[in-house]
Design a protein around this ligand. Structure first.
Ligand SMILES: [Zn+2]
Length: 113
């Protein structure tokens, strides 16, 4: 049976709320609680088949599943030669690479005008 858009909307809303709760609790150094929020959010997305938005997904370590705050428990490096941003987890040392498109100066000037 297909789930209605209303239920899927509620699920994605709750996932976003759980991520914001995880961010708040990890700022207070309550890592166990923030990891629990992340785990619940992942279970919700799996159950309702709702994808976690990319901007939230990059905040979680792929290996240990810990919520990452840049500068606190993760390092962020920009590798311009590879055109990617590398998030390195301080707990397990795994690297998560986020690739981006390079824009030329012509494209940047068009976007500003
Ligand atoms: Zn990790």
């Amino acid at each position: 049976m297909a789930k209605s858009k209303f239920i899927l909307g509620i699920a994605s809303e709750r996932i976003a709320k759980l991520f914001s709760l995880a961010e708040e609790s990890s700022k207070k150094n309550e890592t166990k609680l923030s990891n629990k929020y992340i785990k619940i959010a992942k279970e919700l997305s799996r159950h309702y088949k709702v994808s976690i938005p990319k901007k939230l997904k990059i905040r979680v370590c792929k290996k240990c599943g810990e919520f990452q705050i840049p500068g606190v428990n993760s390092n962020v490096t920009v590798a311009s030669s590879k055109s990617c941003v590398i998030y390195t987890c301080k707990k397990c040392g795994s690297q998560n690479k986020i690739f981006y498109k390079k824009t030329t100066s012509l494209q940047v000037s068009r976007a500003t005008h």
